[in-house]
Ligand binder design. Structure first.
Ligand code: TXA
Ligand code: MG
Length: 362
């Protein structure tokens, strides 16, 4: 069974050693809890896939503690190097993952047989100290069962992965202040940058930095959503858009988005108000507060409409909702706001939690 270790200097040192012995260590970052393993050991990385039940076609993010550590792990083109230096210096440590060409020392299991590697320097102090003491690059996906809601507390990790024996969970109360996973961008060898996953750092912030340095680039946002079955079957689909699964960050009970009435182009299924007594409402800015009394449970991601607060709360509310006795459904808010970059990352998780399903209340 996995062991939870309350934070102390000793437990941190113990975990750093455990990583060097190819055990798994779950640790807090400023985004979500990561499930860490020595990124230079195939044997250690194997354990991540078996603990999570993750398909091998989905590559891992490698966490490092300072930018020079990227040298031996990458083999960058000039364009990649320029962008990497600009964005890394500006946004690291922080919630940005940068994908560039991998060097030969990276085990194939980390890159899912591809030729690129995802790198990130996390900002959380515990994560930084762990990486420093371990003194190795650490591969770490979010520490949840594959497809489930990402964890923002040590308890969430234990709930999902307790069955795995060779796992230590470092429990620190001051954990995931952002609450959703990092922004992921891929820098191609020439000229092109693609946003693969939205997060706390917006595409506007990224573009601003590159423009300031007069870099010539094309920026695109990957819009494609992939079904899990296709990812299993076809590794080509996996290579340009892993992590773009339609059903992802999904609770164990069915979730829907309450259709925004001003949207006429999107038709939702009908959802009868009779079901509200077995429904948990997760709201935003009290939009659906009128449903509070008739529902089983009611949360507001941010009653004042603050997207940072909403992002911090989303995953723990989803986990709380699915565990609520008698709960059969979760209704989520349609909170995308035009021209508001901060709403994009949070709504991306809501959309995937609901597998893109909208409803009209009748
Ligand atoms: O905030 C985060 O990024 C957290 C913390 C622990 O750092 N980690 C995280 O990892 O969210 P994970 O594995 O759950 O999500 C990483 C995403 C996946 O969608 C994966 O497919 C994509 O990044 N990815 C990783 N390496 C890639 C590569 N070489 N090419 C394309 N996508 C890649
Ligand atoms: Mg994940």
């Amino acid at each position: 069974m996995a062991k939870v270790l309350p934070f102390s200097e000793e437990s941190l040192t113990f975990c750093a050693k455990a990583l060097n012995s190819d055990s798994l260590v779950a640790f807090p970052t400023e985004t979500v809890y990561g499930l860490g393993a020595n990124a230079l050991s195939e044997k250690a990385a194997e354990k991540i896939f078996s603990a999570k039940g993750r398909p091998k076609s989905d590559p891992l993010i490698v966490h490092i503690s300072f930018m020079r550590q990227a040298e031996s792990l990458t083999n960058m083109s000039e364009f990649q190097r320029q962008c990497f230096d600009i964005l890394g210096s500006k946004f690291w440590p922080g919630p940005l993952t940068i994908i560039v060409k991998a060097s030969k020392i990276i085990p194939k299991i980390i890159t899912a047989n591809g030729d690129s590697i995802a790198l990130r320097i996390p900002a959380n102090k515990v994560a930084q100290e762990l990486l420093k003491q371990a003194n190795i690059p650490v591969a770490a996906p979010s520490a949840n069962r594959f497809g489930h809601v990402s964890p923002t507390t040590a308890k969430h990790v234990f709930d999902d992965l307790s069955d795995f024996d060779d796992l230590f969970i470092l429990d620190h109360s001051e954990n995931c202040s952002i609450g959703i996973e990092s922004t992921v961008i891929k820098i191609f060898e020439e000229n092109k940058i693609t946003l693969l996953r939205p997060g706390a750092i917006s595409s506007l912030q990224i573009k601003n930095e590159l423009n300031r340095e007069k870099i010539n680039y094309n920026f695109e946002i990957l819009q494609r959503v992939v079904k899990a079955e296709d990812l299993e079957k076809n590794s080509n689909v996996a290579m340009d858009s892993p992590g773009q699964l339609l059903t992802h960050y999904a609770p164990t009970i069915e979730a829907f988005i309450i259709l925004n009435r001003d949207k006429s182009d999107n038709v939702g299924q009908m959802f009868s108000k009779e079901y509200l007594n077995s429904t948990v409402i997760i709201d935003f800015k009290q939009k659906n507060a009128s449903l509070m009394k008739s529902s089983l449970k009611y949360f507001d991601l941010s009653s004042q409409g603050d997207f940072d607060e909403a992002s911090r709360n989303l995953f723990s509310y989803l986990r709380n909702a699915e565990k609520t006795e008698g709960a059969k459904y979760i209704l989520l808010p349609d909170l995308i706001e035009q021209n508001n970059e901060k709403s994009i990352g949070v709504f991306d998780r809501i959309y995937r939690a609901a597998s893109g399903k909208y409803i009209n209340l009748i």
